[in-house]
Structure formats: structure tokens, C-alpha cells
Design a binder for this molecule. Structure first.
Ligand code: ATP
Length: 305
């Protein structure tokens, strides 16, 4: 079975839990976001899922291999881009890539055309024989991505893949990530760049030592849907009547505007009817989505309580 299946995964360092009770699946062809604040346990989780760290509890299967017993087969099935590119400065780009080909026991002649196509795609063609020490931060990052793909992995873990890249290079990398997924690979993206997560991921897990949320991105964004109503005069005087609606919405007011948080779109007409009944002159009503960032921060705040 491809993809990733995680069941009750936990890691303790000494007696301190880093993550616990993680259970989720990632499907082949999916770009899955793994989100959480600094120290939430993302790197620990990724290290367990790539066979670099033994879990304290639980089990997971990645690309059909157990993370406890998968050994070389697991390492061959996964590609890992860590936050530190980890290239050898004194070696050329080609030598760096050759080194990783050897580590994966690849036939260089057979693997090089694929590698070359990524080098071209990421604008590194022609720089193969230059030492990495002279590469810019962005070039190193792009070479590290190529290295992650050297052995044609089925499951790819990317930690902040566009960190340090200019907007154009970031776009090229994002397009490549989307394409890798359409080829049926499983992609796990760890990123603090929520705009990027919104663009690439179909589902996300938000973790902070444990799973705070696991949802399709659209659902998380729907959780943040609201109605912004502009009324004549001060909006504050209508806040209590709206808050008293049977579904008890959260209502904010500012000047002539009310912002009513909804759990379903069908609540919007009730809000408007209630305002009109209370004598409000409604100038406009606009459905709005809270950005993913706001929903995410709220989840983290709730998780901390
Ligand atoms: N080797 C280790 N020994 C002891 N504690 C560790 C070790 N690795 C991680 N931790 C602890 O586990 C917790 C989770 O760390 P982790 O690096 O997985 O977080 P993260 O979500 O990747 O954070 P960031 O976004 O900052 O990279 C932290 O409290 C960290 O101090």
C-alpha cells in the first residue's frame, strides 16, 4: 500500500513527550500540510516517518514500509528535504548529487537524465561543475530539492521547501511539487508559509504535541466563514440581538460594521432578518472567509488552553 498510515505515534525524549497520539493517513497523489508552531513536533514526526528516529509508541507505514522495520526499503521509498540543505561545499553540484546516488546505490548513467531534467527545471543546468560553496542560498536550496528527488522517491517530505527563494524560484518549486503529486507521489509539506500551504495542500494536520486538527483545507477555511454587514449608524447597538440568535454567533462590531461568525452559510439570511427586524438599515452584507492564518492561530490558542 502506498501513501502514509500513522497510528498512535508518539515520541518522548527522556520523560518529556515531543508528540503523542498521532493518527492520520496521507493518500498517494496528495499534498498534505503538517503545520504547527515552533517546537510543535513536526520535525520529530518527519524524522520518525523517514526512519531516522524510533518512535516511543505507535506505528506507521510509509510507502508500504513499516517505520520500525522498513530499513533500507523505507529509506529508498522516501525523499527528505530538511531545513538545512546539508550539501558539501567543497564538492561540485554534480559530485554532491553523485554522492547521494551512491548512497542510494543507483546506477548513475540510468539516474542522471532524470536528475538533469530537474537541474534544468530549477535553473541549475550549466552549473553542475561549480563548487556548491559558491552557490547562493536559493541555488543551494534548489540543489537540495534535486538531491531529495535523486532516487525517485514515492513519498516526499519537504521542510520549508521555498525558504530563501525569490518569488519566481518559489513558484517553479511549487509547480514542481504539484506536478510530483499528480504523478501519484505522496507529499508532506511542513511550512510556516500559510499562503503556500493554501496554494498547495489538499488537507492539513495542525499539531502541537498532539493533533489539534485534521481537515481538508476547504473545511478549515469554512470554519472561518463570516458575514460582514454594514449598517447605517453605529453597529454596536445591534450586537446583542444578533448574539441572541438561536445559534449564538460570535459577533464583533467596529464603527458601522458587524462581523458575524457563521458555522453554516444558511445562517446568513437569519442574521439579516434579525437585523432588519431590530430596525437596522442594512447597507451591504458580504460573506467573508477568514484567512487560513486566522483559523490556524485560533486552533493553536484553543490547543494551549
Ligand atoms: N533530540 C532531541 N532531544 C531532546 N528533545 C528534543 C529532541 N528533538 C526535539 N526535541 C524536543 O521535541 C519538541 C518538538 O521539537 P521539533 O523539532 O519536532 O519541533 P518542530 O515542530 O519541528 O519545530 P520548528 O518549527 O521550530 O522546526 C521540542 O520541545 C524539542 O525541544
Amino acid at each position: 500500500m502506498g501513501g502514509i498510515q500513522v497510528r498512535g505515534l508518539a515520541k518522548r525524549f527522556g520523560t518529556r513527550p515531543a508528540v503523542e497520539g498521532l493518527t492520520f493517513d496521507v493518500l498517494p497523489g496528495e499534498v498534505f500540510g503538517l503545520l504547527g508552531p515552533n517546537g510543535a513536533g513536526k520535525t520529530t514526526t518527519v524524522r520518525m516517518l523517514t526512519g531516522l528516529l524510533q518512535p516511543s509508541e505507535g506505528e506507521a507505514t510509509v510507502g508500504g514500509h513499516s517505520i520500525r522495520t522498513g530499513g533500507e526499503a523505507l529509506r529508498g521509498a522516501v525523499g527528505l528535504l530538511t531545513e538545512q540543505p546539508g550539501l558539501y561545499d567543497r564538492l561540485t553540484a554534480r559530485e554532491n548529487l553523485r554522492f547521494f546516488m551512491k548512497m542510494h546505490e543507483l546506477n548513475e548513467a540510468a539516474a542522471w537524465p532524470r536528475v538533469q531534467s530537474y537541474l534544468e527545471r530549477f535553473g541549475l543546468a550549466g552549473r553542475e561543475n561549480d563548487a556548491c560553496g559558491g552557490f547562493s542560498k536559493g541555488m543551494r536550496q534548489k540543489l537540495a530539492i534535486v538531491r531529495t528527488l535523486v532516487h525517485d522517491p514515492q513519498v516526499i517530505f519537504l521542510d520549508e521547501p521555498t525558504s530563501g527563494l525569490d518569488p519566481e524560484s518559489a513558484r517553479v518549486v511549487r509547480d514542481a511539487v504539484a506536478e510530483l503529486a499528480t504523478e501519484g507521489r505522496t507529499i508532506v509539506l511542513c511550512s510556516h508559509n500559510l499562503g503556500e500551504v493554501e496554494r498547495l495542500c489538499s488537507r492539513v494536520a495542525v499539531i502541537q504535541g498532539r493533533l489539534l486538527a485534521l481537515a481538508p483545507l476547504g473545511e478549515l477555511r469554512r470554519a472561518g466563514q463570516s458575514l460582514e454587514v454594514r449598517v447605517e449608524g453605529e453597529a454596536e447597538r445591534f450586537r446583542p440581538v444578533v448574539m441572541a440568535l438561536p445559534f449564538k454567533p460570535n459577533v464583533l462590531s467596529e464603527g458601522g460594521k458587524l462581523r458575524v461568525l457563521l458555522t453554516e452559510e444558511s445562517q446568513a439570511p437569519e442574521v439579516l432578518a434579525c437585523l432588519v427586524n431590530a430596525g437596522a438599515r442594512v447597507l451591504s452584507a458580504i460573506p467573508a472567509h477568514r484567512p487560513l492564518e486566522e483559523v490556524y492561530l485560533e486552533l493553536i490558542r484553543q490547543g494551549r488552553v
